[in-house]
Design a protein around this ligand. Structure first.
Ligand SMILES: [Mn+2]
Length: 274
């Protein structure tokens, strides 16, 4: 939300805490108790982002090197419709950890069919490098409207990231203290596939962060600078980026999705077996 923020987060998370005269007993304390994963990020004057994940597989991926990564995101349909034409997914295959985001042409059910087909094909192609994954996606999406697709693949052995995108999808990577845009190639996966897809190769480090997003996110969005935020669950980072790119006065004009890949910065994360 764009609210005032929670002055005392620790107190607000305690069972029994309420700011109302009469409480339903369904506050944040209850949410923490019944969630399999819970995260809250609140800044005075900026607002609050809360994530509660229920009965979902753990999203921490342990690489052979012991290097952990976390992935997450948010998918907001236009006008709170039943379908979003966007999809994102991640798949692990050996040392390859691939994050994909697909924006089906237009919006509604047929756009969702295209981006869902991209997710299905990703599960079959995750052992391949990014440009070949995109080629396989092009074949799989031929019977659909097509989609704009970004594929980012981290080699968890070499700590190199490969990025390739076709169509209007956005990506930015944080290395050190600066953010760098990653450029997609013109075309439509499943309809007008380019003859050659350039792949950008980048070094990946413990302070890196990758953001993929559909064009529903205003192009002049500002990457987060708060290092406290960057340690939160990637879904919270993604939701905060979406929140800060808009306002109640500027509603979404398209399905909007944001997906984030980050090293696991939680204390002890690099020793824990998952
Ligand atoms: Mn779009």
């Amino acid at each position: 939300d764009h609210g005032p923020g929670i002055p005392d987060v620790a107190a607000a998370l305690r069972d029994g805490y309420t700011t109302a005269a009469a409480s339903l007993g369904a506050g944040l304390g209850t949410c923490v108790r019944i969630s399999s994963a819970f995260d809250l990020y609140s800044v005075r004057g900026r607002g609050t982002v809360v994530m509660a994940r229920i009965d979902q597989e753990p999203v921490t991926h342990r690489a052979e090197t012991g290097h952990h990564h976390r992935l997450g995101g948010i998918n907001a349909p236009l006008a709170q419709a039943a379908h979003s034409g966007d999809s994102f997914a991640w798949v692990r295959s050996g040392p390859r950890l691939t994050l994909m985001l697909a924006d089906g042409l237009g919006h509604g059910a047929k756009a969702a069919t295209a981006s869902d087909a991209a997710v299905d094909e990703l599960h079959r192609s995750a052992h391949l490098p990014p440009e070949q994954i995109l080629r396989h996606l092009d074949g799989a999406l031929r019977t659909t409207r097509g989609a704009a697709v970004a594929v980012a693949q981290l080699d968890t052995d070499t700590h190199r990231l490969g990025f390739a995108g076709v169509g209007n999808v956005g990506a930015r990577i944080r290395t050190g203290d600066s953010w760098q845009p990653l450029v997609s190639h013109p075309g439509i996966v499943g309809a007008h596939f380019p003859a050659r897809v350039p792949v950008q190769h980048l070094a990946w480090s413990r302070d890196s962060l990758l953001v993929l997003h559909s064009d529903g996110l205003p192009s002049r969005w500002t990457p987060p600078e708060d290092t406290d935020l960057l340690g939160h669950d990637p879904a919270v980072v993604a939701a905060t980026i979406l929140r800060d790119a808009g306002s109640a006065a500027r509603p979404l004009r398209d399905d909007t999705s944001v997906a984030v890949l980050a090293p696991d910065r939680r204390a002890g994360a690099h020793d824990r077996r998952t």
